[in-house]
Structures are given as C-alpha cells and as structure tokens.
Design a protein around this ligand. Structure first.
Ligand code: F6R
Length: 242
C-alpha cells in the first residue's frame, strides 16, 4: 500500500480528484467504483468544478457504487442513489444509465445481490475503486467478521456504523439497520483501489490498518493483500501514528 500524506481534508479531496481526473482523461471508458459518506464529498465537488471549468467528460464512464441502505427508495434523500445524484451525477455529463447502485428497495434483495455481482463481472470488473473507511475498519458495509471471500450480500449494520451515520438523518431511529454491499472479494477484484482517510477520529483506524495484521476482525486489513492500493490521508489522520 502506498500512502500519500496531505495537509487537510481539502488537500485530500484535491489530490483524489486529480487522481481520478487523470484516469478519466487517459481511459474515457473507465469503470469507477464509488463510495458515499462524508469522506468523498469534497472529491466529488472538485470533479464537478473540473468538469465545469476544464470540460473533463464522463460520457463514456461507467460507475458502480459500493452499497445502499435496505428499505430506502431512490427518491429518499438518505438513499445513496439520491446522494450520488445530488453530489455528483446531476452535475457532470455522465449517462445515468451507466451509473449503477445496488437497489435497496426491491422485494428480493438476495436476487439483487446476485444480479449486482454479475453486472460488475459482465462489465469486466472495476478499474478504480474509491473507498472510505469506517472507524471499525469496514469497507463498503463489510463489517468486522465478514468473510474475505464474500461477494455482494445483505448486511446487518454494526451499532457503531448506525451511530456514525445518524448524523445524516433526523434521528438515529431512522437509520436503516440493514444494507446491501459489494463483498470484500468484489472490492478486491478491482484493478486499483484509492482509499481516502481524513480526520483525527480516523487516526486509530489508520494506525490499525498500517500496523495490524490481516484479519477479518478488521476488514480493511485485507487491502494489504491487494497489489495496487493508494491511500490518501491527511495530517490529522496520520499524526503520530507511524
Ligand atoms: C460508503 C461506504 C462506507 C464509508 C465509511 C466511512 O459508501 O461504503 O464504507 O466509506 O462508512 O464513512 P465516512 O466517510 O462518512 O466517514
């Protein structure tokens, strides 16, 4: 894993956006894996800025999001489809029909999981997967204990994840307790991974990632087995840990 240290959240966002833009220019039909949550919002803002200023085009880009809450429709403002439309897709020239997010509002989520996994495979996999990380080391919504062999599946969110994500909802009770997520094996099949980590509250998480061993109790540790991972971390996350 290569680690790039930057000053703060803004610099992390700039660097991540530059990284993605460079790939999109070189490979206009790139398949991007995308994350939601607080971490990538600044990166998406920079992508939009660049699209408006420099005209970087996403017309041939395909995207696959990591996860979606179960029970929220695409119109619900807390769904990850809504988040992606609002924070990125509505502001660039991407074809919406090429933006894929697992559906959390269908009757048969099991079937949806198989469908989503197959869809990614049919597109010959993800070229560049952007990841955030949960304080407990989750990637996507793969909570501690998830098998490294897992493909897209249904998860029960950890209490700490529900608590952390409550900031986006009116009340903690509104946070769905289940989600559909790419599995760890799905993520690991990506040709390249870009992991973004910002803030003091992620310092211990980054410490565990860099210094701990590879085990299912800390899902992100699996990234050590991937040949092409770049971490962009800001000073607050990196401070005093190496
Ligand atoms: C989001 C996702 C999660 C988040 C993680 C960190 O699609 O898959 O793994 O990346 O929960 O969230 P933030 O960035 O809000 O700290």
């Amino acid at each position: 894993m290569k680690i790039l240290e930057v000053k703060d959240y803004q610099q992390m966002s700039n660097k991540a956006a530059e990284y993605i833009i460079e790939k999109v220019i070189r490979f206009p039909s790139i398949k991007l894996g995308l994350a939601t949550g607080g971490t990538p919002i600044g990166t998406y803002k920079k992508l939009i800025e660049d699209h408006q200023k420099n005209g970087t085009s996403y017309r041939r880009v395909t995207t696959f999001n990591l996860d979606e809450y179960i029970g929220l429709s695409e119109e619900n403002k807390n769904s990850y489809r809504y988040y992606m439309n609002e924070n990125l897709f509505n502001h660039i020239d991407i074809e919406k029909s090429r933006t894929f997010i697992p559906r959390g509002d269908v009757d048969d989520i099991q079937k949806e999981s198989l469908y989503y996994e197959d869809l990614i495979a049919k597109h010959s996999g993800i070229d560049l997967q952007v990841l955030g990380i949960g304080s407990n080391g989750h990637i996507g919504f793969n909570e501690p204990g998830t098998l490294f062999e897992s493909s897209t599946h249904i998860v029960n969110l950890a209490p700490s994840t529900i608590q952390a994500n409550a900031r986006f909802f009116n009340r903690v009770k509104e946070v769905p307790t289940k989600a559909i997520t790419m599995g760890i094996a799905t993520i690991m099949k990506s040709k390249e991974i870009l992991l973004l980590i910002s803030g003091e509250e992620k310092r211990e998480t980054l410490f565990r990632l860099l210094n701990g061993d590879v085990n299912i109790g800390f899902p992100a540790s699996v990234l050590k087995n991937h040949p092409f991972v770049t971490i962009i971390a800001d000073e607050a996350a990196v401070k005093d840990i190496k």
